[in-house]
Design a protein around this ligand. Structure first.
Ligand code: AMP
Length: 180
């Protein structure tokens, strides 16, 4: 099973992706985690870190290559949850080309309103969570990533769920949808 989690920054995507992946025995594939794990002394690591701090997106070519390599690893053979990729139309098209006929099974969209999002992001206090970067990330989501919901909609794989509420309760609602 190949599942994509979509949603604005702060909607709880990462938290839920980890929990659902564990529950379903799928690999959790987070491009953000992969970037944060890069060697900060390498050229690529430095370049990516400064982009992440600004809240902008890492160039598509870099992300796509990294993601394709990651989902080719053994632990992804049984399926995976994509968390944070694709974030742009070119990334979504590259993923389609890479997967061919064996495309995404489900797209789970976690929704929350803007006030909830900003409050949550500032509360988690990650290094790339300065107020300006947060504002940029929300704008980038609206501009580049939110349109992917409409891109996947015609395939009848999209489920929209509220990301507001208790962590366990939301995990259960996602599992119910995926098992249904
Ligand atoms: P995340 O942990 O998913 O919130 O990602 C943190 C940051 O990593 C983002 O704000 C981007 O700068 C970068 N990033 C993660 N995934 C992608 C992606 N698919 N495309 C471009 N940049 C990404």
């Amino acid at each position: 099973m190949k599942i994509l989690f979509l949603g604005p920054p702060g909607a709880g995507k990462g938290t839920q992706a980890v929990r659902v992946a564990q529950e379903l025995g799928l690999a959790h594939v987070s491009t953000g985690d992969m970037f944060r794990a890069l060697d900060s002394d390498s050229d690529l690591g430095r370049r990516v870190a400064s982009i992440m701090e600004s809240g902008e997106l890492v160039p598509d070519e870099i992300v796509i290559e990294m993601l394709e390599r990651r989902i080719s690893e053994d632990d992804a053979a049984n399926g995976y949850i994509l968390d944070g990729f694709p974030r742009t139309r070119p990334q979504a098209e590259a993923l389609d080309a890479f997967l061919g006929d064996d495309g995404l099974d489900r797209v789970v969209v976690l929704e929350a309103d803007a006030d909830e999002l900003v409050g949550r992001i500032l509360a988690r206090g990650r290094a790339d969570d300065t107020e300006e970067a947060v504002r940029t990330r929300l704008a980038v989501y609206d501009r580049d990533t939110e349109p992917l919901i409409a891109f996947y909609e015609p395939r009848d794989v999209v489920d929209r769920l509220s990301g507001v509420g208790g962590i366990e309760e939301i995990t259960e609602s996602i599992l119910t949808v995926l098992r249904g």
